[in-house]
Every structure is written in structure tokens, then in C-alpha cells.
Design a protein around this ligand. Structure first.
Ligand code: ADP
Ligand code: MG
Ligand code: MG
Length: 251
């Protein structure tokens, strides 16, 4: 599904290398978790994959379903099936949440050669999905994320993911700021989307989320590289002992 090889990334503005050779392969149907200390480059990797400005790829490659994505515009990457749930969801005053989602869903369908979804079908679908995530119908009428609580913003990211049905879903610390019940809702939302032709990359600091979303592989990122990979037991080790032991062992 996703194949990253030797990815090197620096900031455009400063001469600062952030990713220093990331290698990562995520198979279709699987869930991979990425953990790692703050500042190790987890969000930078997500941004670079989704096409955010301000970064320069200085080496390596990234393909989605065999297609090079690093040369694509962000909307082309989305049409190719990539989705990123932001660590810090953005407020967009003046753009209604429902309008935003409908435009995104239809752009996606158009890119895939499908017809626009009718208003009735769209309404039915979004109401059902919002209900699953316990998102108040009022939140669908408000501007995107404006006045939403931290937890509501994160649930709104999962609503977008559920509506767009991407192939490769990246969740950047979607669990931070969620209470236990909301975390369960988000996990259920992710688990409902698991399928043999979809994959997930879940960035998190907490074992709690991984109790609900059972990952197949857990990676530790440190200083711009994946330094260790293992099974779910690796997340338990982090929870118990922190990163210090693992990092000194690989150093
Ligand atoms: P993580 O998500 O693992 O906490 P980040 O990808 O957010 O890490 O950050 C990696 C490193 O890059 C940090 O040292 C951070 O300060 C730096 N960094 C990322 N983006 C910028 C930026 N736009 N300007 C300056 N430094 C940045
Ligand atoms: Mg961080
Ligand atoms: Mg981050």
C-alpha cells in the first residue's frame, strides 16, 4: 500500500534536516502504529506524505499503490487514496462542515470517475456516520471545526475519514485530547473501516488507543528515522519503560 524508502526531508526555510532516512512499508489490510519521542519527525513525515508546503525532499521515495506520490499535488494524493487526520485540526470560518464534506466527497468521486452523490444519499450517509461517532447534527451545520472542543475536532477528523473511505489512512495523534469514551468511539470508527484493501498508520503516544485498535506492527521513530519495529508488545514496553531503554539499546 505504502512504501517509503530512505526518505530525507529538510525544512525549506531553514537548513534543518528533519527526516534522515525513513524506511517504512505498510501492507494493504494492515495497521501500523508509530510511536516516538516528541520532535522525532512523526508529524513531518505525515505532512510530507500528504503534500504540505514548506518541506524539501532531499532524498528517497514514497509510493502509494505503486505510484510515486511525492510529485503530486495534495488533492491528487487524496484522489489516489491518501488521508491524513491532523494532530491539530484547522478551523475554517465561513465554510460549513457539511458543505466541506460534500465538496470533498464529490471531488473524490469525480477523480475516480464516479457520479456525484445525490443530496439525499449524501445526507443519509453523513447523518448515519455522524451518529456512529456521536457527533451532534448541529456540528454538521457549523463552520469546519469552529468552536468545536478538542475532542469534537478529533471526532470530526474521523468523520471525514469515514465519509471519504480512503485507502491509506494516517492518524496523527488523533487520540490526544480525547477522553476514554471518545477514544472508544474513534477506535470503533477506525475498526469499522478496516478492510483488506485499506491500511492505517496510527501515530500515538499511548498504549490505550492500541488496546482498541490492535496494530499488526509497531515502529519507534527517533531523530528522523524508524529505529525499531516489532509487534504490539513493543508498545507495551514503551508504556512500561518509556523510550530511554529502547533508544539506548538501538544506539
Ligand atoms: P513529532 O510529530 O514527532 O513530535 P515533528 O515532526 O512535529 O515531530 O517535528 C520534528 C522536528 O522538526 C522538531 O524538532 C520540530 O521542532 C521541527 N520542525 C518541524 N516543522 C518545523 C517548522 N516548520 N519550523 C521549524 N522547525 C520545525
Ligand atoms: Mg509531537
Ligand atoms: Mg507530531
Amino acid at each position: 500500500m505504502l512504501d517509503i524508502k530512505g526518505l530525507h526531508v529538510k525544512l525549506e526555510e531553514e537548513d534543518k534536516q528533519i527526516l534522515k532516512g525513513v524506511d517504512l512499508k505498510v501492507e494493504a489490510g494492515s495497521v501500523h502504529a508509530i510511536m516516538g519521542p516528541n520532535g522525532s519527525g512523526k508529524s513531518t513525515m505525515s505532512y510530507v506524505l500528504s503534500g504540505r508546503d514548506g518541506y524539501e525532499v532531499t532524498g528517497g521515495s514514497a509510493t502509494l499503490l505503486g505510484e510515486d506520490i511525492l510529485g503530486m499535488d495534495p488533492e491528487e494524493r487524496a484522489a489516489a487514496g491518501l488521508f491524513l487526520a491532523f494532530q491539530y485540526p484547522v478551523e475554517i470560518p465561513g465554510v460549513g462542515n457539511m458543505t466541506f464534506l460534500r465538496t470533498a466527497v464529490n471531488a473524490q468521486r469525480k477523480a475516480r470517475g464516479d457520479e456525484e452523490m445525490s443530496s439525499t444519499d449524501f445526507l443519509k450517509l453523513i447523518r448515519a456516520k455522524a451518529k456512529d461517532l456521536q457527533i451532534d447534527p448541529d456540528m454538521l451545520k457549523r463552520s469546519v471545526n469552529v468552536g468545536f472542543s478538542g475532542g469534537e475536532k478529533k471526532r470530526n477528523e474521523i468523520l471525514q475519514m469515514a465519509m471519504l473511505e480512503p485507502k491509506m489512512c494516517i492518524l496523527d495523534e488523533t487520540d490526544s485530547g480525547l477522553d476514554v469514551d471518545a477514544m472508544k468511539l474513534v477506535s470503533d470508527g477506525v475498526n469499522a473501516l478496516r478492510s483488506p484493501d485499506r491500511a492505517f498508520l496510527v501515530i500515538t503516544h499511548y498504549q490505550r488507543l492500541l488496546d482498541h485498535i490492535r496494530p499488526d506492527v509497531v515502529h519507534i521513530m527517533s531523530d528522523g528515522r524508524i529505529v525499531k519495529s516489532g509487534g504490539p508488545e513493543l508498545a507495551l514496553e514503551v508504556e512500561k519503560n518509556g523510550y530511554a531503554d529502547i533508544l539506548s539499546e538501538v544506539a
